[in-house]
Design a protein around this ligand. Sequence first.
Ligand SMILES: NC(=O)c1ccc[n+]([C@@H]2O[C@H](COP(=O)([O-])OP(=O)(O)OC[C@H]3O[C@@H](n4cnc5c(N)ncnc54)[C@H](O)[C@@H]3O)[C@@H](O)[C@H]2O)c1
Ligand SMILES: [Zn+2]
Length: 369
Amino acid sequence: MRKVTVPLGARTYPVLVGEGLLTTLGRRCRALGSSTRCAVLADETVAARYGDLALKSLRDAGFAPVLIPFAAGEKSKSLRVVERCYAELARHRLERRSLIVALGGGVTGDLAGFVAATYLRGLPFVQVPTTLLAQVDSSVGGKVGVNLAAGKNLVGAFLQPKLVLCDLSTLQTLPEREFRAGLAEVIKYGIIHDPALFRRLERDWDRVAARDPRVLESVVARCCRIKAHVVSEDETESGLRAILNFGHTIGHGIEAITRYGEYLHGEAISIGQVAAAMLSERRLGLAPSVSERIRQLFLRAGLPVSIRLSAGQRVRLLAAMRLDKKVSGGEVKFVLASALGKVTWGHAIPESEVHAVLDALAGGTRRSP
Ligand SMILES: NC(=O)c1ccc[n+]([C@@H]2O[C@H](COP(=O)([O-])OP(=O)(O)OC[C@H]3O[C@@H](n4cnc5c(N)ncnc54)[C@H](O)[C@@H]3O)[C@@H](O)[C@H]2O)c1
Ligand SMILES: [Zn+2]
């Protein structure tokens, strides 16, 4: 098992990464000193697979847990489901010192975290992420929230968990497509911060893709360490945290114009990161050979690296990028890389250059952007 600390003063917490950690959930929660009543929020898929294990571990440690299941999928990240959860918490008489456990992917973490941040003005919160994306990204950092009809993640809060438990064994049951989508964030950490991680992924790719727990343990822990570092430098997203959005400017735009139906997040940001690498060649002199290595790694991950958009879709993509809530003052800003591990943020790019890159992306095979 590996332990990563997220250093945030009084809100410091550990991220534990290892096999079979779910069975230790109860005693680790016990050590947090919360009251015995607690709630486990999980979507129905995860509840069916791992709910019993989580509840047993909590009961064995003296808790009286209640499981609150909801339908799997992004649609559950809604105020409607939040309200249903509040009702269940009230029915089971949870109080200020009761623990909320998020057992599942990023949807569950964001939803349960928002419930924990707001019910009775805040309850202690534990994350047990069961997707690769949630283990390396959404469970660490304290951003929680839900979607509105008007857009994704428009309502939210910052709530750091007391503990994050990444049980690598749970990844074995993750659908292949979800696992690969999570790899897009893993590759991102190599690009934005850690050339050694990037090389390791190139070298050990087959073992990563085969979900070898030993390789995953060090890779997941490495990603959590990078996220912990970035978050501790910039907890509320006013500066450095922007680098986590490498590839996300175009990626979010692609998700928006395809109505969050065609691409998983990891797939959209795979295209977005290939685009950002191309823009980096043009603007920051990123070596074309490095840009090509980036593209190759996404290809090996079985992730999309090209997209063909109609003229109308392009107009909508650019409009969606301008509407992204991370845009301020109406200007679309990009995170770009000058080398592996060296990125800077706040690059305003003329639309003509975005068009040039979209032309190159439409090809599928590599063309000079
Ligand atoms: N808070 C943040 O900082 C942050 C960062 C990135 C993403 N997010 C959010 O995360 C969400 C996406 O998360 P996700 O990709 O984990 O999606 P998800 O939570 O919907 O999980 C994906 C699917 O995998 C299933 N699943 C989960 N664990 C499983 C397992 N171990 N075995 C089998 N099936 C399993 C789920 O039931 C679901 O159908 C988005 O809503 C996004 O906005 C938040
Ligand atoms: Zn992302």
